[in-house]
Ligand binder design. Sequence first.
Ligand code: PRP
Ligand code: URA
Length: 209
Amino acid sequence: MGKLEVINHPLIQHKLSILRRTDTSTKAFRELVDEIAMLMGYEVLRDLPLEDVEIETPITKTVQKQLAGKKLAIVPILRAGIGMVDGLLSLVPAAKVGHIGMYRDEETLQPVEYLVKLPEDIDQRQIFVVDPMLATGGSAILAVDSLKKRGASNIKFVCLVSAPEGVKALQEAHPDVEIFTAALDERLNEHGYIVPGLGDAGDRLFGTK
Ligand code: PRP
Ligand code: URA
């Protein structure tokens, strides 16, 4: 079974409560998604490898640590995943960004892939797939399928709000993919929306409804 980590730092819980509110504006929604992604990054990037580096302080020469320069890729699932990219990039500015375009068919709830644009060496990168919502899990599973088909093997999934149904489905389909979420909500409703959730993340982020 894939590992699940709920990152529930008080700052994240506070910001997430504002994000969920119906009366939160598009501008505030966008800023909050960005801030929460950055705060989650602190935990999500905890395993980044370090290497020794010799430096000189004003006092002496010393061997200290620096990031080993491992190749990273952030892969947002369009559209809503875009909102989480800058927050993570502010921590690892050298990461490359790939895009996977996907929408959920509103009748069947099945994801439909419409774009895949990835760094050429995606098979050699540590990948962070980002999407605010993990609902049925269909979009996340198809995105990871798509990455694995292109040789990727080192993949983590980062979301803000998840449903138990989606977590279970992703864990069963891809047990090697660690899942990070800021909240594990109660359930899905009959339309495949997360309860209590925050509504349609793409529409709220871009103000399209
Ligand atoms: C939302 C969300 C996820 C997906 C989650 O995207 O951003 O990608 O639904 O649902 P699932 O786990 O049941 O697949 P949506 O399809 O609304 O597309 P959008 O981001 O373009 O609005
Ligand atoms: N996609 C969303 O944007 N919100 C949900 O609650 C479920 C899927």
